[in-house]
Ligand binder design. Structure first.
Ligand SMILES: Cc1cc2nc3c(=O)[nH]c(=O)nc-3n(C[C@H](O)[C@H](O)[C@H](O)COP(=O)(O)OP(=O)(O)OC[C@H]3O[C@@H](n4cnc5c(N)ncnc54)[C@H](O)[C@@H]3O)c2cc1C
Length: 458
């Protein structure tokens, strides 16, 4: 009889009496939540993060004298898993909730699209177009079998339900804003998941959706999280980029780090994006490597600006006009009290791009010049002298594109190498990328890894 990797794992866990040594690679919200749950189940856990601090995409940085998230983050009232985690960290009570306004920049003008009346007045669409747009969103919110939508391209699906005009005027610019040209290979499951998040409040029985944040932003959440992990006995190792994970002679996994450290573990969980996972795990089967390498990612170039004054006080301004260097404007200070930013306004200018986009070669100065020019075009009252600080964050692998039949091509979280697991945000198959989904994935994966051992016959 041939034993599978899972059988090996079960035998190993049985032999070690439950006190196996686990390594979690990647200290983002996924790795941290996994490490917490494994430690709470009695495992001996060490977490390894390549960067100087934990948090990954949710980490914080310094913008002038303000410390806030490198990428904009809000929590929704309906983010039940994340809120439960925050409660465990003693921070749930400190969430501040607010309703925010949404803007639309179209035809060279800025419109508010924050309620039904404003939607009905919205000029780019006639009444029929608006009805079809509303009906598409309503229909998508009712679809239960999202797997069916994986078989259809998002552009075809939206064109069919909303009509050609509404598609060209609204959906296409929005798809381009979020997916770049990769919208052409993305399935309709993407828009289903996006709309499902919009309607999540209803699903969880709440009357309306609100946005929230913890005072101090993710810097505070991550600090509390790191303290909690240390209390639970997790060994935290920053500046530990993993070079390779290979089976060792004693049936364990040898982890080699870029800084020269080498250590063996009974189990290793890799939470880094798929291309990195494929590179650092050379013993994976050719099929697993192909599966990991076929996952297509979208990256981001995201500028943070600390301004003396707000721009227009919409939390999100969607852009449908071509020619602007960024794809949306996020005014964090339309949600977060300005005293968190020393009385200033905090704005993010994201541009979602493919990991190979030439924009990644541009210097911060070039990006700053282009982005400020874009702001001047959109907000005639905006002055460059109002910019107190400007920083650019670059991330090549932010989220996996839900291409056609995506969920059927994903590699299993249990690798063919005994003791090795690969779990990352690409395993979020019926949701958008957000911390709530990330925490949910971690909970699911940790439960699978620590499931009770099957009873054996004596
Ligand atoms: C622009 C933007 C806006 C967002 N807005 C929101 C929002 O409003 N609300 C919300 O809930 N979510 C939001 N998110 C999503 C949220 O940030 C993610 O869901 C979450 O941070 C993903 O965590 P992760 O651990 O899966 O991945 P990551 O954060 O990418 O963590 C992976 C970690 O692995 C480390 N790593 C990689 N390679 C190695 C190696 N070889 N050795 C060791 N470590 C390694 C990396 O340094 C990184 O820290 C946003 C994300 C972005 C980019």
């Amino acid at each position: 009889m041939t034993l599978t990797a899972q059988d090996h794992d079960i035998l190993k866990r049985a032999a070690s009496n439950g006190r196996e040594r686990w390594a979690v690679i990647g200290g983002g919200m996924l790795g941290m939540t996994l490490a917490l749950r494994l430690a709470q189940k009695g495992c001996d856990v060490a977490l390894f993060e390549a960067a100087e601090q934990c948090g990954g995409l949710a980490s914080a940085w310094q913008l002038g004298e303000v410390t806030w998230d490198r990428h904009y983050h809000v929590t929704l009232l309906s983010d039940t898993e994340l809120r439960a985690l925050l409660a465990e960290l003693g921070l749930e009570q400190e969430l501040t909730w607010a309703t925010t306004r949404t803007g639309f920049y179209t035809g060279g003008k800025l419109y508010s699209m924050s309620n039904t009346l404003e939607f009905l007045r919205f000029p780019p669409l006639n009444l029929l177009g608006k009805l079809r747009l509303g009906a598409t969103i309503f229909y998508a919110s009712r679809v239960k079998d999202w797997q069916k939508l994986e078989k259809v391209l998002v552009a075809d699906w939206l064109r069919r339900w909303s009509g050609a005009r509404t598609f060209e005027k609204i959906w296409l610019p929005l798809l381009r804003a979020k997916l770049g040209e990769a919208y052409k290979k993305t399935s309709a499951a993407f828009i289903w998941a996006t709309i499902a998040r919009m309607y999540a409040a209803r699903r969880t029985g709440l009357k309306k959706e609100m946005f929230g944040y913890v005072a101090g932003g993710y810097a505070r959440v991550l600090q509390r999280f790191a303290e909690k992990l240390a209390r639970e006995g997790v060994e935290l190792n920053m500046r530990h980029a993993v070079k390779s994970i290979t089976p060792s002679y004693d049936d364990r996994l040898q982890v080699e780090f870029e800084n020269g450290r080498v250590e063996a573990f009974d189990h290793v969980v890799v939470t880094a994006p798929a291309p990195i996972a494929s590179r650092i795990c050379p013993s994976l089967s050719p099929k697993e490597k192909t599966q990991l390498q076929s996952i297509q990612y979208l990256g981001i170039m995201c500028a943070s600006l600390l301004l003396k004054k707000p721009l227009a006080d919409y939390y999100v301004t969607n852009i449908t006009d071509p020619g602007l260097p960024f794809t949306a404007v996020i005014e964090m200070s339309a949600l977060v009290e300005r005293k968190q930013f020393n009385g200033n306004a905090l704005v993010y200018l994201p541009k979602y791009v493919s990991p190979e986009d030439p924009i990644f070669a541009k210097s911060d100065r070039e990006i700053e010049a282009e982005f400020l020019q874009g702001l001047e075009r959109m907000y005639p009252r905006f002055k460059r002298e109002e910019v107190l600080s400007f920083r650019v964050s670059r991330a090549r692998q932010v989220f996996a594109l839900t291409t056609l039949n995506y969920s059927q091509q994903l590699p299993s979280m249990i690798a063919s190498v005994p003791g090795l697991y690969i779990v990352n945000s690409a395993h979020i198959v019926n949701g958008t990328l957000n911390v709530n989904e990330t925490v949910q994935l971690a909970e699911r994966a940790a439960a699978m890894m620590t499931a009770p051992l099957p009873a054996t016959h004596s």
